[in-house]
Every structure is written in C-alpha cells, then in structure tokens.
Design a protein around this ligand. Structure first.
Ligand code: ATP
Length: 601
C-alpha cells in the first residue's frame, strides 16, 4: 500500500478548490492508497514522460510526478508519486505537458513552502507570518492603551472570539506586575492574580507570561492559577486534609440515587442545580431567605412548602458530603470567601479571563481576595461564549464596572469566512452581559480573509473517520505543525475514535486539555476547545442524531424553556469550537447535518 504524497505548495492550490473538488481529491488520494484508483495516465507529448495525470472527477485532474529516488532516475513499477496540483482537466494536461519531474515545482502561484495563512491588511502581515506561538502574543497599539490605562476601579473588556481579550489580559497582568515592581521594590510577594477557567488555559497563560516577563523578580509577582485552584489553596491552607472535589454530573448522579431512595419528587439534577444556581449563587444561609428569594433563571415554579422540602433535603445531602470530605466547586469558593474575609485579601490586583463562566461564589471569592480600589479587577469575557449555567450580575455582587468598559469588535484570529459561517449557529438571541445589559455581536467583524469552512457529509462513521484522517494528513503534509491542529467531537466516544484513527495512521495525538508542548495533534471534546486557538480545527460528529445530544434534550423533561436553554448551550459550545480556527475549519457529519448548522433562526 503506498500513499500519494503532496508537495508543500499543494495546500495553497487545494484551498482554492471548491469543497466538492476538494472532497473528490481526497477520495482519489485514498483510492490510490488502497489500490482502487485506475492507473495514472501518461501524458501525450509530455516534455518529461515521468509526469502523469490522475482523474479527480470527470472535469478535474491532478498532476503527479514520481518521488525522486537516488540512483533510480527512471520511473519503475513501484514508484511513489507526489501530487502537485489539481486543475480543470484541459488545463492540467497543458500544465503536465510542460512540466519536468525534477525541476522545482512552480504551480503558477508563487511557490511557497508554508501552507496558506489568512490574508489581512499590511499591518497584520508580519504577525500572521510569524510562528504561531509568537503571533499569540501580538497586540495592536489601541489594545496596548487598554492594557496600560489607569482605572479608578473594576473594568470590563468584552468582545467576540479572537478580538484579543486573552492577549489583553496577559499584557495587563504583565503591566501591573511591572508597576508593582517599581512601586514596591522591597515587597516581592505575589500581588497580581491572573486567573481563568480551566487548567489548560491557565498553563497557556503562564507560558506566555514567561515570555512577556523574562525578569523572574517581576514574573514572580504574578500568580497564574485557575479559579478552582485558588479556592482550593485558600481552603487547604486552613486544613490538614486536601478537599476532595466532586463535579456537577457526578453529584447529580449520587443525589438522584438518594432522592429516589428517599421517595422525593425531585431529580438529582434539579436538586444540584437548585443548590448551586440559587442557594449558593445567592449566598442563602437561612430558610426564610430561600423561601422569599427570586429564583431567576430557574424553570420549575416552587411553592413555599416545596422550597421547605428542597431546603431540608439539600441540607441533609450537603451534610453527608461534609462527612465524606467532598466539595462541589462553587461550594469550595464560598468556603474560601469566608476564610479570606477573616484573613484579609491576598492580592492587590486581579485579571480575570473567560469571566463569563465564573460562578457568583467565585466572584465573591475574588472580591474578598482583592480589596476594592484603583485597578483592582480587570475583567475579560464574552457573554456569547458562556458554556456554563452560571449567570452573573456584577453589580449585585458589589462589583461596579459602570463607565469603565471596552467593547472589542475586530477579530484578529477568526477569518471573515469562518465568522460568516459560524455566527448563524448562535441564533438571534441576545446574550445578557455581566453588567446586566444585553450584549450583541453587532459590528463584530474580521480583518482576515481565508478559505471558507469545508462541510463534509459521510455515509457512516468509518467514512467520516477516514475522511478526517485524509484531511489531517493534507494539513500536516502542507507543513502545519501537529500542535497547531485540533480535532474535536461532542462526546468522549467520538474523541476516542478520532485518536484511534489518527494513531493508526501514524499521527501522534495528545489530549486538548494536556499542558505539554508535545509535537502531536490535539484531540478532545468541544468543551476542551474553550479559550484555545489553533491554525486548523476539525470537528467531527456534527450530525443531527448527535448534536444536540439526546441526553441534553431529555434532561429538559419536556419543559420548553429548559429545552431552549439546553439547545442554546449546545449552540454556544459549537460556536466557540468553530471560532478556535485561524486558518482552516473542517466540519463533518454522518447522515443529516446537525440542525444547529442548518436551521435558520
Ligand atoms: N492587533 C492584533 N494584531 C494581530 N494579532 C492580534 C491582534 N490582537 C490580537 N491578536 C491575535 O489574535 C489572537 C486572538 O486573540 P485572543 O486569543 O486574545 O482573543 P480572545 O478575544 O481572547 O478570543 P476568544 O474569546 O475566542 O478566546 C491572538 O493570538 C492574538 O495574538
């Protein structure tokens, strides 16, 4: 079995083909590999008889040349071929006639060893052509002004995907550390907190901050940590036992079992949500306050006698968790807040990325960790990318950002083509900002142009995985670094299938949530793509029977509002995943495509 290789310049040609011809090209490459392709055709009157053409479909052909093999100038039966270009048949034949197999390839466009990068205005050219990890630190002078301004209190930066929020957060943390080093040279303690949602993002921030702050005495002033680790470290400092954390799904499973045994009319999920989204979110300690409270965002109405029953049940279940030493994440933040209130703040400044997903208890903890004052909280987020259930009104938590906000409208990562394709996924519903105002993406646009996303329909899973493998190979052969490619699916079993397929083809993979720098294609769930960025992103399993997942629909239990909320969350998740790509987005499905990408809202 021999594979048809491609020249480094090929991707440039390839990205200009229509999606249909692209797919036919990949099919032909696979047919060659499995020996199912009709023979390569010789070209009449060719300047070099070693040049061949291959039919891609009735109208298009590819031009191939044998791979050079030292000491064997003549093509042999077992020659390996390399695909140089795909063109309309007549043009391909004309091109093949004049081509010599051993001359450097000129496909008509300027020959480039690099795969195509998006194009943009001249001022962005050098950033786009820089290695990807250097590009990830780029900022515009206007954005620098935001990072270096002096604010009388908390400030909020919002903007759609790729508008530079994370990079602004990074530069802001670096700026605060430098100011702090100048103002307090004797006091070298950590004074700036840079926090985000998950560990992979925190690690990426820490790595990039190392580059921005090479001086260890300045870098040492910034603590980069997830919001959960911060809570854990505060609590752990007061106890000899490390808190054992339990996630929401696992907690719901356990509570469901006890609720059924107790003969209660509430599901485990309902009780956990009620505890996290109402009781902990509002910081309610006493039953009368719970009976009086407004349960905004909750679907099912609860009469006072039911609230009493819920309260009593939750109290018992939380008591049992305490005996086991188990903690839920928002609960741990509430405990950390209590401890910080007694011990006093830890930092002078905090910079918060992915702020839209923090729970109210985590905001209270941040408030307790950083005293109110100038330049205290720098809050960066996008309400359109909220993938958690957490809804936050900063004002209700005593954090006032009024008059100190910036909205970023220009994307420097997502091309206009990917934006145009991805925006309809979100639907038309406005998101509610943390400042209690409706947040729209009006005016959001990109300065970059690139190829349109490719959507591929497959007959079955095997075909979908094979097509994915082909596509990743094209990216790799075109010179994209494996670590700059991400492949994701909605469920863990899809992810396992992806990893298996790529590994079987000799492509090394590493988990998306991993923090290492391995030269491997990143593979994981859509959730794990959050906040990250890649040159090329492939999403598979975007099929109607998988997305939105049945479990999410069933959990709504026929309640229309809950169902809309669940579907909206799936929309957001897919939108976030699609907008991680800078250079190329590939989406595939089996059978009908997901209604999230086909339904017009
Ligand atoms: N002015 C600029 N010129 C060139 N590149 C830029 C500019 N501003 C930001 N970038 C680059 O664009 C990319 C996207 O920025 P960033 O990740 O900060 O966006 P974001 O708003 O946090 O995105 P998301 O919300 O999708 O996570 C970064 O790699 C960044 O270096």
């Amino acid at each position: 079995m021999s594979a048809l290789a491609i020249t480094p310049t090929f991707l440039d040609d390839f990205s200009r083909l229509t999606p249909e011809v692209q797919l036919n090209t990949l099919a032909a490459m696979r047919a060659y590999q499995t020996g199912d392709l009709a023979d390569l055709e010789s070209v009449a009157d060719a300047a070099d008889p070693r040049v061949r053409v291959v039919a891609i479909d009735p109208d298009w052909s590819g031009v191939v040349v044998p791979e050079p093999r030292p000491g064997r100038p003549e093509p042999s039966e077992d020659a390996q071929y390399r695909l140089i270009t795909v063109r309309p048949r007549d043009e391909a034949l004309r091109y093949a006639r004049g081509l010599r197999a051993d001359t450097p390839v000129d496909t008509g466009a300027a020959a480039r060893v690099e795969p195509p990068t998006p194009t943009g205005p001249p001022e962005l050219a050098s950033a786009l052509n820089a290695p990807f990890d250097q590009w990830q630190l780029t900022l515009h002078p206007d954005q620098h002004r935001i990072t270096e301004a002096h604010y009388k209190g908390a400030t909020q930066i919002t903007g759609g995907p790729g508008t530079g929020k994370t990079v602004i957060a990074l530069h802001r943390a670096a700026h605060l550390a430098e100011l702090d080093a100048a103002a307090h040279p004797e006091d070298t303690r950590e004074s700036v907190l840079l926090t985000t949602y998950n560990r992979a993002l925190a690690q990426s921030l820490a790595d990039r901050l190392d580059q921005l702050l090479p001086d260890p005495t300045v870098r040492g002033r910034v603590r980069v940590v997830t919001i959960d680790s911060l809570a854990r470290s505060v609590v752990q400092a007061h106890s000899s036992v490390a808190p054992r954390m339990i996630g929401k799904d696992e907690l719901a499973r356990r509570w469901r079992a006890v609720a059924v045994a107790d003969g209660l009319p509430f599901s485990g999920r309902f009780l956990v949500d009620e505890w996290e989204q109402v009781i902990l979110a509002q910081g309610l300690d006493l039953l009368p306050a719970y009976i009086r409270c407004e349960r905004s965002g909750r679907v099912q109405h609860l009469a006072p006698e039911h609230r009493r029953q819920v309260w009593e049940t939750v109290r018992r279940y939380v008591g049992a968790m305490r005996v086991e030493g188990l903690w839920a994440y928002p609960q741990l933040a509430a405990e950390a807040t209590r401890l910080l209130a007694a011990d006093g703040p830890l930092f002078r400044h905090a910079v918060v990325d992915e702020a839209q997903d923090l729970h109210p208890t985590q905001w209270r903890m941040l408030r307790a960790a950083v005293p109110e004052g100038e330049d205290d909280l720098f809050i960066v987020g996008d309400p359109h990318q909220r993938v958690s259930d957490n809804r936050v009104s900063l004002a209700s938590l005593g954090i006032n950002v009024r008059g100190r906000g910036h909205r970023l409208r220009v994307s420097y990562r997502v091309t206009q083509e990917i934006l145009d394709w991805s925006m309809p996924i979100l639907g038309r519903r406005a998101a509610l900002g943390m400042d209690d105002n409706a947040d729209t993406l009006a005016g959001y646009r990109s300065l970059l142009r690139g190829p349109a996303p490719v959507v591929r329909g497959c007959a079955d899973r095997a075909e979908e995985l094979a097509a994915l493998g082909d596509w990743v190979r094209v990216w790799l052969e075109a010179g994209v670094r494996p670590a700059d490619i991400a492949v994701a699916g909605r469920n863990h079993w899809i992810v396992r299938g992806i990893a298996k397929e790529l590994e079987a083809r000799g492509v090394a993979t590493a988990p998306l949530e991993g923090t290492g720098r391995a030269e491997a294609v990143r593979v994981g769930t859509l959730h794990r793509l959050k906040g990250q960025e890649f040159r090329c992103v492939a999403l598979i399993g975007v099929s109607d029977h998988l997305l939105p997942p049945k479990a999410a629909i069933e959990a709504a239990d026929g309640d229309q509002v809950a169902l809309e909320h669940a579907v909206q969350q799936e929309r957001t998740l897919l939108f976030v995943a699609c907008t991680r790509a800078r250079d190329a987005l590939y989406v595939s499905h089996v059978g009908r495509p997901s209604r999230l990408i086909t339904e017009q809202w």
